[in-house]
Every structure is written in C-alpha cells, then in structure tokens.
Design a protein around this ligand. Structure first.
Ligand SMILES: CC(C)(COP(=O)(O)OP(=O)(O)OC[C@H]1O[C@@H](n2cnc3c(N)ncnc32)[C@H](O)[C@@H]1OP(=O)(O)O)[C@@H](O)C(=O)NCCC(=O)NCCS
Length: 186
C-alpha cells in the first residue's frame, strides 16, 4: 500500500488536477469555450451552444460507464477554477491504445504550464491506470505551442492527414503524434 501511495495520484499535477465532469460544470465550461483563440487550436471554430455542451457532459458519463472514453475537468489545485477539459476520446482495448485531447479554455491561462501539467496526468492515467501501450493525438500543423508541449513530453510525429483541415480560407495538414509506454517510462 505504501509503495502505491508513494507514487501519488495520477490525477494530481503540480498546479492542476483532473476530476470527473459534473452537470454543474456547464456554466463554467460555457464561459470561455467559444473563445476563438482557443478553439482555433482545436480546429473547430463553429460556436457551440450550451445544449451541445450539455449533450457532451451526458456523453462523458455514458462513455466512462462503457469504457469507451474518459473525460476530465482540469481544475486549478488551489482556486478550483475550471481551467479546461481533457481526456481519452477513443479507446482500442485490443491494441491497448487511446486517443487523447486537451483544451485550456481561457487564452489568459495559456502558457502557464497548465497544459503540460494536465497532459502528464493524462499520460500517467493512460499508462499506469488504464494499462495502455500507446497514446495518440491529432494536432493542427499550425498549433506550434501544442506540438512543442507534446514533443517535450515524448510524443513523436508519426504521420499526417494532408490538407485535411480547412479554416480561414486555407487547407492545413493534421499531424498524428503518439507515445509508447516504454518511451514514457524513460
Ligand atoms: C495547447 C495547450 C494545451 C498547451 O497548454 P498550455 O498550458 O498553454 O502550455 P504550457 O504552458 O504547458 O507550455 C507551453 C510551452 O509551449 C511554448 N510555446 C508557446 N508558444 C509557442 C509557439 N508559438 N511555438 C512553440 N512553442 C511555444 C512555451 O514556451 C512553453 O514551452 P516550455 O514549457 O518548454 O517553456 C493550450 O495552449 C490549449 O489548450 N490551447 C487551445 C486548445 C488547443 O490548442 N488544444 C490542443 C489541440 S491538439
């Protein structure tokens, strides 16, 4: 027991922690969710309504129950402010592989180390709790900050969908990145 406790909770980072998504999170999610600067990083800038987000909140519950996905709220450890959302969007239990996504909602909270912190928690959860062997993500080629964070954590660029994304009048590639368990352990 001491050995396990000594490793610490995978859900608690240096500045942020991950927790389950609650119905009561809707208003806080809506505060910054449609902010152009953040949404452009995620690829979709079409405004999302509170009804759509309510559906998403409900879907996280279903996915967790069926083990087809695991979504989390990223909250500040001290202030409990809702910083963003992240999680496993797809699971492949045969290949022990999962697809992650992350968003720090308020642009004023970018570049404060929260995204790196939350992604480390997600990786620890994936490798040490879900027993995954491979974790994958997709990122727009223009999202240099995200690519920097992912490479810093050990993700490698492994492929791309050419001109698969269209925004602001231009096509962009979508980059595939992944990290294997043994790379994370190093
Ligand atoms: C991408 C995202 C998750 C990163 O999280 P974050 O909290 O902003 O990032 P961090 O503060 O942890 O780290 C930022 C790092 O990127 C670097 N950086 C910032 N802007 C950069 C740029 N334009 N190019 C390269 N590196 C950049 C910083 O210097 C810092 O590097 P360091 O830790 O080596 O000093 C966050 O910005 C975000 O959610 N953006 C909007 C949604 C999004 O793009 N999601 C990802 C979709 S794949």
């Amino acid at each position: 027991m001491e050995k396990i406790l000594a490793k610490g909770s995978p859900f608690i980072g240096k500045q942020v922690q991950l927790r389950a998504v609650e119905k009561t999170d809707l208003d806080d999610i809506m505060k910054h969710w449609n902010t152009f600067e953040s949404r452009i990083g995620l690829g979709t800038i079409i405004p999302m309504s509170s009804m759509m987000e309510e559906d998403w909140i409900r879907s996280t519950h279903e996915k967790a129950k069926n083990q087809t996905g695991f979504a989390f709220i990223i909250e500040h450890k001290e202030t409990k402010e809702l910083i963003g959302t992240c999680g496993y969007e797809e699971m492949n239990w045969i290949a022990k592989s999962g697809v992650v996504g992350i968003g720090i909602h308020n642009p004023e909270n970018h570049n404060k180390g929260y995204g790196t912190d939350a992604m480390i928690c997600l990786l620890k959860f994936g490798f040490n709790v879900l027993n995954l062997n491979r974790i994958e993500l997709w990122v727009m080629e223009y999202n240099e900050r995200a690519i920097h964070v992912y490479e810093k954590l050990g993700f490698k660029k492994v492929g791309k969908k050419r001109q698969a994304h269209f925004v602001q009048g231009s096509y962009y590639d979508i980059i595939e990145m992944d990290i294997l368990r043994n790379e994370f352990e190093k």
